[in-house]
Design a protein around this ligand. Structure first.
Ligand code: HEM
Length: 514
């Protein structure tokens, strides 16, 4: 028996998998909405292999979970499986090593540094615009374009050039690159619902023996997804190693003293660090794959989603284009400050990331017995009132970013609607007083605390550069091909609930000069 048994929640759907597939299935949006509505902001779920988990979006409870990395951190299965796939980067280290890595990387994401990356972002975005223009031949007609495909290519190139100083894709021509292909399939494969039960094995597999033995087992696995992940991570690792060695040699030879990409800055900072603060080679390498993994699909899907919403709301699109075109009066690129001073662009980005948080839920585990407070008491299954919940060590916690961002008690009855205007007025008092522990605008989209998204300012800048140029050059309308969003570690669009191919089609035409 567990103290969690008193917490209300849905009944078990499967003996072995509990509610895990219901909560992580591609079309589990209704299940999320239903349990949030029916049971409130703390819900007990039946989890894998007969265990229990908590599904949480109560802001006070989240504060205790997100801000206390000693008591609550990412679960062992999450950390170990990331380590197997990406190496020891930020997502797969804990404790002091995590703190040391954050200390080294944080300055790279400062506003001071990001200003220097803006020209790199525009070089990439100009090519993106050129490439799409070539596919929208006349001024009077529109073309059906897979905007997700283009946003993904651009996002890889932006993190390639801005993150590791490497070009994967010229954009203006179609070339096939093994790394770009592998990167495209990595996130969807690694975060698919089918992988969640498999990834739980990682802490056990770690003790199987030497890494070559583990590799042999994975390569021969009867599960196709596991074999696929081995192939993908091999490609990612080999190329990362080549780039890393080339870059390090250049820096050591003094040929790369002013490159602005994250990797160069990290390598230079590492060389300058004192013995204790220095990171070993495997951690620097792990960082490269982690940053690319964390940066790519998240931002590209957010940008594609924004374009889809603008196609669905033509008036918002027109208003936003007007704001951008007016600011670009002389036709030049908008600089860092000008981009951040555009109120409507900011409102559109915030509202999209609120309603459609790209990573809809994240995992935590209680590392020791703990007591979690609740904003409001809840009625337990035995009829008593619960003001706090005793959480046994090892309990899995699903932080519902989705439910927190759509919480009607905070955002009001229209919380499920996309309304950029809500950011043009003071936010509801309930939002302000809830003190949601997210790093971004009272939302959990980028999480918070010591594990909050380190790249959120990078991502914001990327979105604003790309969206401002896309809107200045093109108009977007809905295509006949539907866009179906699927829930996963990183949500993604397909044309149907059956299709596995990530794509999002819109009718794109050139903006008419007035
Ligand atoms: C719309 C875009 C993005 C969203 C919604 C997003 C969201 C998140 C979330 C929710 C986490 C917390 C994960 C957890 O605790 O389990 C996270 C972590 C992280 N993100 Fe992002 N992210 C985005 C873009 C980026 C970009 C562009 C980068 C890098 C340039 C990045 C790098 C990272 C890293 C390295 C971590 C791990 C931090 C740590 O554990 O210390 N992300 N992100």
């Amino acid at each position: 028996r567990s103290p969690l048994d008193k917490v209300p929640g849905p009944s078990r759907a499967s003996f072995l998998l509990g509610n895990a597939l219901q909560i992580s299935g591609r079309q589990s949006w209704d299940f999320h909405a239903e349990i949030a509505r029916k049971y409130g902001p703390v819900v007990k779920l039946h989890w894998l292999f007969g265990t229990s988990a908590l599904y949480v979006f109560d802001p006070l409870t989240l504060n205790h979970i997100i801000k206390d990395q000693v008591k609550f951190d990412q679960p062992a299965w999450y950390v170990e499986s990331h380590r197997m796939m990406l190496g020891p980067g930020l997502l797969s280290v804990t404790g002091d090593t995590h703190r040391k890595q954050r200390k080294m990387l944080t300055p790279v994401f400062s506003a001071k540094h990001l200003r220097t990356v803006v020209p790199i972002f525009y070089q990439v975005t100009d090519k993106l615009i050129q490439a799409i223009s070539a596919r929208v031949p006349t001024h009077s007609e529109s073309s059906d374009i897979d905007v997700l495909g283009w946003m993904s290519r651009a996002a890889l190139e932006l993190i390639g050039q801005g993150g590791i100083g490497y070009s994967f894709d010229p954009l203006v021509e179609d070339v096939s690159d093994a790394y770009a292909d592998a990167a495209k399939y990595f996130v969807i494969t690694a975060t698919s619902p089918e992988m969640i039960p498999l990834r739980q094995m990682a802490p056990i597999l770690k003790h199987l023996g030497p890494s070559w033995l583990l590799r042999c087992v994975m390569e021969k696995s009867p599960v196709r997804l596991v074999r696929r992940i081995v192939q993908i991570t091999d490609v990612l690792h080999e190329r990362s190693l080549d780039i890393f060695r080339e870059k390090r040699a250049a820096i050591e030879a003094g040929d790369d003293s002013d490159s602005k990409d994250i990797l160069s800055i990290m390598l230079r900072a590492n060389m300058a660090a004192s013995g204790d603060d220095q990171l070993p080679e495997d951690q620097l390498l792990g960082q490269m794959s982690t940053i690319i993994f964390a940066a790519m699909d998240t931002t590209s899907n957010a940008m594609a989603h924004t374009l889809q919403l603008l196609a669905e709301h033509p008036q918002v699109q027109t208003h936003l284009r007007r704001e951008i075109v007016d600011a670009k009066a002389d036709g030049n690129h908008l600089d860092y400050d000008q981009l951040h001073a555009l109120p409507y662009l900011d409102a559109v980005c915030r509202e999209t990331l609120r309603l459609h948080p790209v990573a809809p839920m994240i995992f935590r585990q209680a590392l020791e017995d703990a007591v979690l407070p609740l904003s409001h008491p809840i009625r337990a299954t035995d009829g008593t009132l619960l003001r706090e919940i005793a959480v046994p060590r090892g309990t899995n916690i699903l932080v519902s970013i989705l439910a927190c961002n759509r919480n009607k008690a905070l955002w009001g009855p229209d919380a499920d609607e996309w309304k950029p205007e809500r950011w043009r007025a003071p936010l509801p008092a309930e939002v302000e007083s809830a003190a949601v522990p997210g790093v971004y605008s009272n939302m959990m989209t980028f999480s918070g605390g010591a594990r909050g998204c380190i790249g959120f300012t990078f991502s914001q800048l990327e979105m604003k550069v790309v969206l401002s140029e896309m809107l200045a050059n093109f108009t977007f309308e809905l295509s006949e091909r539907p866009a179906v969003w699927n829930l996963a570690g990183v949500m993604y669009p397909t044309v149907s609930t059956e299709s596995a191919k990530q794509e999002l089609w819109l009718k794109v035409s050139k903006v008419h000069e007035e």
